[in-house]
Write a protein that binds this ligand. Sequence first.
Ligand code: GLN
Length: 271
Amino acid sequence: MTVEDLIVDGKKKVHSTHAKMLLADLLNKNPLELTTILDEEVPEEIVKQYQEKLTSLQQQKPIQYVLGNVNFYGNLFKVNDKVLIPRFETEELVENTLKFLDLFENAKTLIDLGCGSGAIGITLKKKRPDLEVTLLDISQDALDVAKENATNLETNVNFINSNMWDNVEGTFDVIISNPPYIKEDEEIEDIVKNNEPHLALYGGKDGLDYYRMILKDIRSHLNSSYLIGFEIGESQKNEVEQLLKETLPEALVITKKDLQNRDRMVFAYHF
Ligand code: GLN
């Protein structure tokens, strides 16, 4: 079968963009390049993999899991169903954290709580190689993915398998987290609910369990100057700001909106 045959077949089964993304990925090409090789014969083994992946997409698997990777802030991260798929909003958490870091000149140590694939911590390490970065997750499967990503992206970071602070010693200048924050009974898209790890999505009755867990012991893990950055659900601004202010009365607390004008990141800092 030729590239063209496979695209025609794929388009009958899934969205044409997805069909081209799959085939391009298997052929190590950019999707736009496919038009230049339409007449080329595709090896049997790749045809088979393509058909299998089309079936997975037809079964409502997310394209990122089917491809096995996702672009986050310019780098390709491996993902599988043990980790949350990194979202665009989380790139904005990284972007805003980098802006705060420009103002926090003495920052040396950073921990990413609930790192999943490692997208946040590894990206920050790549942008700020001077920081000592630690990635923490309760899931060893997630840490295995994060380790692979750190190796592939040539970043030297530390790893801790822990339920938040349980196995953590020492203090940090920067604490970043995109914890599970979806409310127990919140309606979410089927493709998310049926495929992504619930451990990484749900944050208890009001979605705030993990912010409480982080903040409960945060004081003993903070240096005197610090920056904290949390991703939040769009309705959680007031509660998370309140929790931060109660725990750290000296901090300045500020919520940032994402590109869709939703409240999605809360920062607390004391420089
Ligand atoms: N942003 C994710 C979603 O909307 C949720 C991530 C999280 O709970 N941290 O599905």
